[in-house]
Design a protein around this ligand. Structure first.
Ligand SMILES: O=C1C[C@@](O)(C(=O)O)C[C@@H](O)[C@@H]1O
Length: 151
């Protein structure tokens, strides 16, 4: 049974491709999930990709990651990154190595996006690479947990 990485996307990320393409690009969430599945497979990992517009459901996903012994979490909590102490606390509680991803460069945008509660509970953060950030995040996570590229 391959080891699983949870890829969690938060509010409005289901609208990728449609929402503010000048900021987020034209790729869709389906493109992101395909990229994650392909990248994870390169390291012998399985990507369990989930999206929710609800804070509580995202917390449940993090608890599921713990219950199913996931080896890592890739999290783009969208706007909740900047507001959610509860998501931060869920990540701290489960102690699963987490990489935070943002499609856009949050530091080059409005000041209310500069702080992330969830990033404080992650071992690394990536922003501004577009959807390629997810690929980079999974590669970095694989290195962190010692999963090497498959031949
Ligand atoms: O919904 C999002 C998307 C985002 O997380 C990103 O991927 O760039 C950045 C957040 O500030 C914003 O609320």
């Amino acid at each position: 049974m391959p080891k699983t990485v949870y890829v969690l996307n938060g509010p409005n990320l289901n609208l990728l491709g449609l929402r503010e393409p000048e900021i987020y690009g034209h790729a869709t969430l389906a493109d992101v999930e395909r990229l994650c599945a392909e990248t994870a497979a390169r390291f012998g990992l399985l990507a369990d990709c989930r999206q929710s517009n609800r804070e509580g459901e995202l917390i449940d996903f993090i608890h599921d990651a713990h219950a199913t012994k996931a080896v890592g979490i890739i999290l783009n909590a969208g706007g909740y990154s900047h507001t959610s102490i509860a998501l931060h606390d869920a990540l701290v509680a489960v102690r699963i190595p987490t990489v935070e991803v943002h499609v856009s460069n949050i530091h080059a945008r409005e000041s209310f996006r500069h702080h992330s509660f969830t990033a404080k509970a992650a071992f690394a953060s990536l922003c501004g690479f577009g959807i390629d950030g997810y690929r980079l995040a999974i590669s970095g996570l694989a290195a962190k947990i010692g999963a090497s590229a498959q031949a």
